[in-house]
Design a protein around this ligand. Structure first.
Ligand code: NFS
Ligand code: SF4
Length: 652
């Protein structure tokens, strides 16, 4: 892996400008700490360090091939993997449960500042969940969905999850039942898996990996619930035009950075900021600008058109412009490093979740019952900080036009303009005819082990040149937003002929509804919205009448970093996708577990991992994975036409 020795580990010009300007400032960021951390521990990187009990740490060496308890490398690697996924699954469960609890408060009339914004989505979710809507008002329907979700979080009686089997193809559910990995409930799975990894419990790597897959399915369910209920409460995204990168900050305005993951708080803040323009003007500013970081940024871009400020790796650098008056954070992916950086400026860091406090930061307990009041308090803090600006403001003049807001529903609407009877066939037919080579979901984080954003961008460009339809979420989508790949200019410049023709046809059919032409990459939202990207896969499988491992759809997380990303990668594989990861996770210390991830997973579930750190080779491997599936599909299609047979067995 290329490890640049200097701190300029980014391809984002705004980031490079700030890094260069602050070289001798003494302000430390993740880019500096990454260098200080080298070399990182090889045992840890291989996954063969165990700290599960305090006889340890035990690490596997030539001399000591087992831990003190007798655990071998494969047990240690597999157990660590389960623990990573648990971290991710609990984070998404926390987010999904929070959305569910808010929905319950709305139903019970205890959250007056929130409402059901999208009853069309409410009805659609109810239909998928087999909840009858006849003679019921919206709140009654939402209550039934809340009850289903609550039970799916907490059930202890061993019955199967309600939500999951209703949002995947039946062949997948059968497979999961056969392999005994269909979760009973999200919290039960978390508890069982945690117990299974205690010292002196499971030593069988296959049994552990299977449990990790169950955890990943619980993770998927939590994400799906989060996305569905957020859409009901805040609206399902539709195409929206905005901009991205540090240039969205404006010296003349109060700049409020909104960072974290959950739209529950940030939606209110944006509303409060819109209402408090006159207060900002009274403080001498022209108004208030909100800009998003990480997935809360994605949520706000998708639904409100709020610009993207930056993504995970460069969150501290946003403060170093001197223009951010307050950075309000909720949950997840918030570097503690933002607080010391903010102390070098006038910037206020405001934490809002009882589970996320940072020493030195201002803490404001967010409360859904008084949501608007709390949101206004946040905006007031930003306005008063604006008056205390004490350093030169230097904003890199880098920003790009962004066309985003592509929920699965929005994509189907675009397709429906071409074929109103079977919208999804517009996509599957383009693949069968050879116009497109398949679909790829580009997702995941930034990881300082890589050059920030570089691999995200290079892989996407190569796939686009090769006529792959691209959808994106998370920090990956923000890399595209910041680098000008979420607009039509990028299509003109980069897309292959097939992709260009496909997007052109969609533009033409939708020209009366679209304000801007379609982008090169379709931004589908935050990381929990990977559930949207997988819904698209499910609809494609349904249209083609087959299980998901036959569908030419791959995923790539070039800079995966968080435990959430490990959980997502695992469900992508379990749900049938070839999944590329550009940072080798701590698994190779056990060739056996590595083999399960790379090969045995494919034999059982049809999805599999691809570890590849070189961007060009990564793109080649993703294309090969797509081509293998498309080739088989076309052969089957031909056989079907020639011999008038049915498609070969639908199951994997
Ligand atoms: Ni996803 Fe979003 Fe970014 Fe990674 Fe963090 S913000 S939930 S975890 S770092 S993509
Ligand atoms: Fe060592 Fe076993 Fe304890 Fe792990 S569980 S730290 S391998 S003794």
């Amino acid at each position: 892996m290329a490890k640049k020795k200097d701190r300029n580990r980014s391809v984002d010009p705004a980031v490079l400008e700030i890094l260069a300007r602050t070289e001798d400032s003494g302000i430390e960021t993740a880019y500096d700490r990454y260098l200080k951390m080298q070399p990182q521990c090889n045992y840890g990187e291989q996954g063969i360090c165990c700290r599960i009990c305090i006889q340890g740490p035990c690490r596997i060496t030539k001399r000591a091939d087992k831990g003190i308890c007798g655990a071998t490398a494969y047990t240690i690697v597999a157990r660590n993997l389960v623990r990573y996924e648990l971290g991710g699954c609990t984070a998404h469960a926390d987010h999904g449960l929070h959305s569910t609890l808010l929905a319950r408060e709305v139903v019970e009339g205890r959250a007056p500042d929130y409402e059901i914004k999208d009853s069309k989505k409410l009805y659609a979710v109810a239909e998928r969940m087999d909840v009858s809507t006849e003679g019921k008002d919206d709140k009654a329907i939402l209550k039934e969905l809340v009850d289903i979700a609550m039970e799916d979080f907490s059930r202890l009686d061993g019955k199967d999850l309600h939500w999951l089997p209703r949002v995947i193809v039946p062949e997948r559910t059968e497979k999961f039942q056969d392999c005994n990995i269909l979760p009973s409930s999200i919290h039960r799975t978390i508890a069982d898996a945690m117990a299974q990894t205690h010292v002196g419990m499971d030593a069988d790597p296959v049994n552990l990996v299977f449990r990790s897959l169950e955890v990943s399915l619980a993770d998927y369910t939590g994400e799906h619930i989060a996305t569905s209920l957020s859409d009901v409460l805040f609206g399902t995204p539709k195409p929206v035009v905005s901009e991205a990168n540090m240039g969205v900050l404006d010296e003349d305005y109060v700049n409020l950075a909104v960072h974290g993951h959950n739209p529950i708080l940030s939606e209110m803040i944006v509303q409060a900021a819109r209402e408090m323009k006159s207060e900002a003007e009274a403080a001498g500013a022209k108004g208030i600008k909100c800009a998003g970081i990480c997935c809360t940024g994605n949520e706000l871009l998708m639904r409100q058109g709020v610009p993207i400020l930056t993504n995970y790796a460069s969150q501290e650098l946003a403060i170093m412009t001197g223009a951010v008056d307050a950075m309000v954070v909720d949950i997840q992916c918030i570097m503690p490093g933002i607080q010391p950086v903010s102390e070098c400026f006038h910037t206020r860091v405001i934490t809002t979740s009882p589970s996320v406090k940072i020493p030195g930061a201002y803490h404001l307990d967010f409360d859904e019952e008084k949501a608007m009041e709390k949101a206004r308090e946040v905006v007031e803090i930003a306005i008063s900080a604006y008056k205390e600006r004490n350093k030169e403001v230097v904003i890199p003049q880098v920003k790009h036009k962004v066309v985003a807001g592509f929920s699965t529903e929005a994509l189907l609407d675009l397709f429906a303009a071409v074929n109103p009877d079977r919208p999804i066939s517009v996509l599957t037919d383009a693949i069968l005819s050879g116009e497109l080579r398949g679909v790829c979901l580009l997702c995941g984080c930034n990881n300082l082990k890589r050059i920030h954003d570089e691999m995200h961008i290079e892989i996407a460009k190569e796939l686009a040149r090769n006529d792959v339809l691209l959808v994106a979420t998370g920090c990956a989508a923000q890399a595209y937003a910041k680098s000008g790949m979420l607009n039509w200019d990028a299509v003109e410049e980069i897309a292959g002929e097939g992709l260009k023709a496909f997007l052109g046809r969609l533009n033409e059919a939708n020209k009366d509804n679209l304000v801007e032409k379609l982008p090169l990459v379709f931004h589908m939202g935050s990381c929990v919205d990977n559930s949207r990207a997988y819904d698209l896969m499910t609809y494609m499988a349904e249209e083609m009448g087959m299980d998901t491992p036959k569908v030419p759809y791959a995923a790539s997380a070039p800079e995966a970093m968080s435990e959430k990303a490990v959980a997502i990668g695992s469900w992508l594989v379990t749900l049938g996708l070839p999944t590329h990861v550009g940072v080798v996770p701590p698994i190779p210390g056990s060739p056996l577990v590595d083999g399960i991830a790379l090969q045995i997973a494919q034999d059982v579930y049809g999805g599999y991992f691809i570890w590849e750190t070189d961007p060009q080779k990564s793109a080649e491997k993703i294309l090969a994975a797509l081509d293998e599936r498309t080739w088989k599909l076309r052969m089957h299609q031909k056989a079907k036409e020639t011999y008038e047979t049915e498609t070969i067995s639908a199951t994997w």
